[in-house]
Design a binder for this molecule. Structure first.
Ligand code: HEC
Length: 118
């Protein structure tokens, strides 16, 4: 009886590992986009909490006729500039990741604008 139980347990163990291994492997593959580098969460936060006044792409004209992007583009540390509006550090960083390419584009257009005036 003793050895039979051991063999049964061994077979069960092998079967269990064989069924679980591919499952855990596919689980690992599912969370593919790195949360820390994706713009998606920040976009959702921005659209939900800032989009009404700044537009979804942050390009809406403010009362002084600048835009939030233009102001951030001129700032040396735009991420910390956001801290006046976003107290939560994680949300701030996520929003920053979303805004970063937009700010860079704004920087370029500011530079081009300067050149055209020369
Ligand atoms: C109720 C309307 C409203 C909402 C909502 C709003 N803003 Fe603004 N925001 C403004 C106005 C108006 C200005 C320009 C006047 C000022 O500087 O306060 C501004 C200016 C800014 C500036 C430029 C500040 C600077 O340094 O010159 C930033 C950055 C900014 N907003 C970020 C945000 C973010 C991020 C959110 C969402 C968490 C947000 N805003 C939500 C109305 C809004």
């Amino acid at each position: 009886m003793g050895p039979l139980v051991v063999v049964m347990k061994f077979i069960l163990l092998v079967l269990l590992t064989a069924t679980l291994l591919p499952w855990t492997a596919s689980l690992g593959g599912q969370n593919s986009p790195e949360p820390s580098t994706s713009a998606a969460p920040g976009k959702a936060i921005f659209n939900g909490r800032c989009g009404a006044c700044h537009d979804a792409d942050a390009s809406k004209k403010l009362p002084d006729r600048t835009t939030m992007l233009a102001r951030l583009a001129k700032n040396k540390d735009p991420e910390s500039r956001l801290a006046t509006r976003l107290k939560n550090e994680q949300e701030r960083h996520q929003v920053f990741l979303y805004l970063q390419p937009l700010i860079e584009r704004e920087c370029l257009s500011l530079e081009n604008h300067g050149k055209m005036q020369l």
